[in-house]
Design a protein around this ligand. Sequence first.
Ligand SMILES: Cc1cc2nc3c(=O)[nH]c(=O)nc-3n(C[C@H](O)[C@H](O)[C@H](O)COP(=O)(O)OP(=O)(O)OC[C@H]3O[C@@H](n4cnc5c(N)ncnc54)[C@H](O)[C@@H]3O)c2cc1C
Ligand SMILES: *[C@@H]1O[C@H](CO)[C@@H](O)[C@H](O)[C@H]1NC(C)=O
Ligand SMILES: *[C@@H]1O[C@H](CO)[C@@H](O)[C@H](O)[C@H]1NC(C)=O
Ligand SMILES: *[C@@H]1O[C@H](CO)[C@@H](O)[C@H](O)[C@H]1NC(C)=O
Ligand SMILES: *[C@@H]1O[C@H](CO)[C@@H](O)[C@H](O)[C@H]1NC(C)=O
Ligand SMILES: *[C@@H]1O[C@H](CO)[C@@H](O)[C@H](O)[C@H]1NC(C)=O
Ligand SMILES: *[C@@H]1O[C@H](CO)[C@@H](O)[C@H](O)[C@H]1NC(C)=O
Ligand SMILES: CC(=O)N[C@H]1CO[C@H](CO)[C@@H](O)[C@@H]1O
Length: 536
Amino acid sequence: MVPQLVSVLLLHLIIVFSFSLAASDPQNYRSFLRCISVHSHYNDGLIPIYTPTNSSYSSILNSRIQNLRFISPKYPKPHIIATPLNESHVQAIVICSRKHGFFLRIRSGGHDYEGLSYTSRLINNTSLVLLDLSNLNSIDVDIDERTAWVQSGAIIGQLYYKIAEKSSVHAFAAGVPITIGVGGHFSGGGTGYLSRKYGLSADNIVDARIVNVEGEILSKESMGEDLFWAIRGGGGVSFGVVLSWKINLLDVPPNVTVFTVNRNLEQGATALVHKWQYIAHKFPKDLTMFVTLTKVTGHETIQASFQSLFIGGTTQQLLQIIQESFPELGLKREDCIEMRWIESVLYLFGLPTTNSSLSAFEVNAAISSFRGATDFVKDPISKTGLQGLWRNIVQANGTAPMIVLIPNGGRMSEIPDAEIPYPHRAGNLYVANYNVHQSQVSSSKDQALMTKNLRRLYEYMAPYVSQSPRGAYVNARDFQLGYNEMWTDYTPSYEEAKIWGIKYFKNNFDRLVRVKSRVDPDNFFRDEQSIPPSFS
Ligand SMILES: Cc1cc2nc3c(=O)[nH]c(=O)nc-3n(C[C@H](O)[C@H](O)[C@H](O)COP(=O)(O)OP(=O)(O)OC[C@H]3O[C@@H](n4cnc5c(N)ncnc54)[C@H](O)[C@@H]3O)c2cc1C
Ligand SMILES: *[C@@H]1O[C@H](CO)[C@@H](O)[C@H](O)[C@H]1NC(C)=O
Ligand SMILES: *[C@@H]1O[C@H](CO)[C@@H](O)[C@H](O)[C@H]1NC(C)=O
Ligand SMILES: *[C@@H]1O[C@H](CO)[C@@H](O)[C@H](O)[C@H]1NC(C)=O
Ligand SMILES: *[C@@H]1O[C@H](CO)[C@@H](O)[C@H](O)[C@H]1NC(C)=O
Ligand SMILES: *[C@@H]1O[C@H](CO)[C@@H](O)[C@H](O)[C@H]1NC(C)=O
Ligand SMILES: *[C@@H]1O[C@H](CO)[C@@H](O)[C@H](O)[C@H]1NC(C)=O
Ligand SMILES: CC(=O)N[C@H]1CO[C@H](CO)[C@@H](O)[C@@H]1O
């Protein structure tokens, strides 16, 4: 959702850790290592394990921190990082962390909005273990079967590339930034420019391999229908470690068409955004038009960027659709660019399309500090309402706000709310994704400003968005909705967890609780906003 962010800032980060546990508790740590060696299959080699005394600890930790807000020592960092090379390594980490009462964090791409894949707000006396899946990143594409197996530690850019390498008419529906990790993204939903045609990433998953709380590997067949349902949209963390996913490949034409049209307020942006709300969800499934709203730096104005992907034919056909339904946009033939789908992935993320080698899809850099949130809009916002929003954005002093409007409709509205845990389907016109950025490692003061500005925006939007519950997207996790201060010995009650659970999952929340109570009744897999293991 944040294409502009890719301009890479090279930051030299010096991190000071107030670390103590592994060192102050060598007995337990040695016993943990012994446990690991017992439970790793001999043939699978040693599991790379790092503590803060290892010189590469920081670079491993930072390699997939995608929000510089969480670099701050105020957020407790792991005492132990394990970077498994094999599935059996993951089993050993789960078994031994559980046995030692260690607290586990699972990280794939590291984009979690609240940094939950590598920090914990509160850990008491026990060790925090980071299970970093970045080495488990293999991708096997089977064009004949129209499927692929992808490991959770892969990033979606690598997946897009590997598909395109085998076929220029196959693709997959997932997010815009190519740095997003498969593990977190798929387990929370996954939306992007192909979702109006094909639904979420999670809608296109046909099998998975998961390590459960006993350290066993389960597939779709052995995990049971309800657990397979839960991991496709119920949010990572609560049910186990997903090792890999089998996906259905999706069709795209040899050429797609993209365009970007920018309009500021003086150029009629308000009327255009207003109209967009009425038509974007009704466009043919082959046409997806996002709108990105930003403050124009140095000016008291807003820019609306209308960015589209068309996979339904020629540029001429695209121009015709726009001419009929959205002539005010003033789209010209020279705005439209035909390219292969894989190039459109780079284009829509704001990267040059001239270089589409694998390395271009493997960029991996945290570029800012941010806070974010999402809403679902069911009725078009009036022009007056939009003008208030512009004022709100312009006044977000000291931070760069960015709002991305993501159209619903098409396939997204056909899939029933209970098909998978992601419930925000028919009846939603679009998703509003709010981000408030600062292009640096943020100080406490900066962070307070981001929080304040995001809150103002979120409060301003309240009357215009879904109500009772006010929906939210679990992949844009937000502590403003409430969270548990997760003492290691504390399990949130159903009523406490429901406060945010119902926003993320609506009526699917209870089914997630039932699955959780079956597969992890002692709540080993948990974080500040995970699914509670019982109804009491
Ligand atoms: C800049 C930016 C842009 C984004 N754009 C989009 C977008 O276009 N579309 C969209 O849908 N979303 C988008 N997102 C949200 C993104 O989908 C979620 O943050 C997603 O959870 C990230 O997955 P990850 O593996 O990178 O993150 P991580 O931080 O590694 O994981 C996220 C959560 O999943 C858990 N988890 C990770 N791997 C596993 C696993 N293998 N098994 C079990 N649990 C696991 C983690 O513990 C954590 O709770 C964006 C986020 C950011 C920061
Ligand atoms: C980390 O340091 C310890 C102690 O020096 C060493 O045994 C271990 O191999 C190191 N880990 C890695 C992954 O290099
Ligand atoms: C964890 O720490 C908090 C705050 O210091 C304390 O209130 C709580 O009792 C502790 N829990 C345990 C199990 O020590
Ligand atoms: C945490 O440490 C305190 C004091 O060292 C101890 O009393 C308490 O039992 C410990 N809690 C846990 C959960 O180990
Ligand atoms: C795809 O686009 C390229 C460049 O515009 C063009 O040369 C080619 O003929 C197009 N292919 C198809 C199948 O339309
Ligand atoms: C393509 O881009 C990647 C990543 O930015 C870079 O490392 C690589 O050198 C580039 N390749 C070419 C041929 O320009
Ligand atoms: C932002 O700064 C302007 C100009 O200094 C001021 O008028 C406005 O009140 C500020 N907005 C907020 C939300 O603080
Ligand atoms: C079962 C399996 O995949 N084993 C592999 C574990 O990792 C080692 C080292 O990378 C490989 O040699 C094994 O084949």
